[in-house]
Design a binder for this molecule. Structure first.
Ligand SMILES: [Zn+2]
Ligand SMILES: [Zn+2]
Length: 207
């Protein structure tokens, strides 16, 4: 009888435990972005590589409050991240914005000062930005070139990279790891493999 009770308790515990351990959900938010092919390729790489569920939200415009025209007309990525957090569905764990518009942010030194020259780095054009750790990221295809195949490859890697930041991963110095710092060059991204190195994999699994 005692054994029987223990078995029942174990079954109940196991059932509850497995029900709560659902896959994390990423909401893809197209923002002035209409390439179904690119959206599908981002969805498939995130599902395949991270094993997350990806849902695609309806296309929306970039809010005017994030627009800036210091060096050229574009949108502030840091403001877009805050905006994305306000529209993230409660059922989703992460939100990732995709846009064709150019995006920018301020580049900071580790001492908290703007990287010099400030005229260059105060409003610096970027490929993508994601909280580390956090629940929001934004990726732009504006700087990914014209060749559709190359563009798709770069887009997938940048999305993997920004989601890695959301999971708490810092930049990594392992050769070809997708968490490498782009260091202001698209060539760094072209040299990456579409994967995390073993060190980043174990860090991501721990979080
Ligand atoms: Zn990064
Ligand atoms: Zn790594």
């Amino acid at each position: 009888m005692r054994h029987f009770l223990l078995i029942i308790l174990w079954v109940v515990f196991y059932a509850c435990h497995t029900r709560t351990a659902r896959k994390p959900i990423v909401a893809l938010q197209p923002m002035s972005f209409d390439s179904v092919e690119q959206i599908d390729s981002v969805r498939s790489v995130l599902e395949r590589y991270y094993g997350f569920t990806v849902v695609v939200l309806d296309n929306t415009n970039l809010p005017e409050s994030t627009f800036i025209n210091v060096k050229s007309p574009r949108y502030r990525a840091d403001k877009l991240l805050k905006y994305l957090q306000t529209i993230k569905p409660d059922t989703c764990d992460y939100i990732m914005g995709l846009t064709t518009e150019d995006i920018s942010t301020t580049k900071w030194e580790s001492n908290g000062k703007v990287k010099q020259p400030a005229s260059r780095y105060l409003d610096w054009g970027i490929f993508g930005l994601g909280y580390r750790p956090g629940d929001a990221s934004i990726i732009s295809t504006h700087r990914l070139g014209k060749n559709p195949e190359v563009k798709l490859d770069r887009l997938q890697k940048i999305c993997m990279h920004e989601l890695g930041h959301n999971l708490g991963l810092p930049h990594c110095e392992t050769y070809m790891c997708v968490m490498s710092d782009a260091a202001e060059s698209i060539k760094t991204i072209d040299n990456e493999a579409k994967s995390l190195c073993s060190k980043c994999q174990s860090l991501a699994a721990r979080d």
